[in-house]
Design a protein around this ligand. Sequence first.
Ligand code: AGP
Length: 615
Amino acid sequence: MFYNKSNDHMCGIVGYVGKNECTDILIDSLSKLEYRGYDSAGIAVFDSGEIKVAKSKGRLADLVEKMKTEGKIKGHAGIGHTRWATHGEPSDINSHPHSGKRVTIVHNGIIENYKQIKDFLISQNREFLSETDTEVVAQLLDYYYEGDPLDAIIKVMREIRGSFALGIVFADFADTVYAVRRESPLIVGVGENESFIASDVPAILKYTKNYYLLEHDEISVLNKDGVKFYNLHKKEIKLELKTADWDMDAAEKNGFEHFMLKEIHEQPTAIRTTITPRIVDGLPNLEECGITPEALKKFNRIHIVACGTAMHAGTVGKYIIEKLARVPVIVDIASEFRYRDPLLDENDLVIIISQSGETADSLAALRLSKEIGAKTLAIVNAKGSSIAREADMLIYTHAGPEIAVASTKAYMVQIAVMYLLAFELAYAVGKIDIDECRRLTSLLSSTPDIIENILEHKEHTQYIASSLITADSLLYIGRGLDYALSMEGSLKLKEISYIHSESYAAGELKHGTISLISDGMPVIAVATQKSLFEKTVSNIKEVKARGAKVIMVCRDSYDPEKDIADYKFGLPDIDDIIMPMIAVVPLQLIAYYTSVLRGNDVDKPRNLAKSVTVE
Ligand code: AGP
């Protein structure tokens, strides 16, 4: 289980006010957010003037079933929630919405000081049913409510601490929904005589592409007259209307069995969309992001800070930037970086990589770096996200919405951007000449076609996956870029197949870990680097000799003897330096098919959620 010190955190919030019956809309919108959290769900709807609540542990489908037996609630305004519980196990009583006497809320995020507030409210004879921090907020709203919802909300906002988003309904104000944001994203969608609140754009795409992005400590009020926004001084404020550039099918599976497989197949397009606007006359050109070679070359050290798969993309970035530009690169896990009092100064560049742009640890690392005075560059996929807005420099990846919890296309475009940065920097500091820079850039541009070709042979990875499904544990080994890549392969497998695995530097195995090799234990050997190939093969022989079942990911031109590999996934011959772009694809597919073969829910693996917006 993924634990943290608070109750709920990564969840989905929705809300609706308008001409249509809202229960089905709330459920449908929640289904688009299930990737964010999905171990319990609930809605609260104004039904003939009073707030009716339906909620249950389990998936959204369980809630729908429950409503069938308990009687469907009907109305034109309401709020809804899918929960990713980590503290306060998934249960009916812990699921949202939570209520006070006259207030009902849904919540995403952390209330850091909920304990003190709960103690105070208990001293005021308030009783609690659940162990969630959410219920504390509901009771506190009720405590402050004296007839004006905005006054109560503002008082509560001044008292609670943490990062959160709330959807709120007051019994005395039928068909009105209030929403407030502090850090955790929340948007207000507007359609024809109807308006919405949601944690993320996919929830409203079916109904409207027009939305407002609530900023820090901003409140919105949705009713039949439309939407209004207020700050904490109860002053009405104007927000900029935005239009989502995602369309429906982009947020749907369009024919694929899982979002993850769809997103693996979208990688060629994601690469083209991300790099093409950043290549001018065959050379990297990041000026559209406000980044010039002169700006890049003045840093004498680069830190890359991220979490999970994004950190793995940064590790690939380290190898290629150091190899080509000869500039030192330090890769850090964000949750370590932010508490280690990092050695940074104004000559450092800190690159924060994040698909969601909301990962709490990465956002905190960004803020810390800025406080220390280092320059910051964000590489982010989600437009308008917190990390994207707070970094000094920004390169958006254009992978489109990544719905599957296991990141694939976002990783791919993150490393594609790493390549552009490495080529531009290496040329700027004179380590490669313009011809080499152009050659490498053209290599990068050739990868989408190569990946499309690899995807045509994906059934071979299904065959390889079938040899893994009974494994208890396996190793991914490699050297250099292959080692960096094996980290990502291992995480992919773990998070969706639930089989333990570990990535290990192939040359390091003999210093202890090789004792793990037992008869038939799978070892996935990534051996694409020509410059290290012989050495990797001798490491493979070491594990084979001890009974390992070896799967080699290597160039097609190499035909391993039986005493070296049991399975091989062959790749086209391209330069060592660019191999990660294509070698990661079989690793993603092996993880995907292993998960499918084990009957797991690939897109929504247990214990996880798409964006970890808290510590
Ligand atoms: C990726 O497969 C994982 N789901 C996870 O490690 C993810 O990469 C990590 O949480 C970072 O998320 P971010 O890129 O949105 O910051």
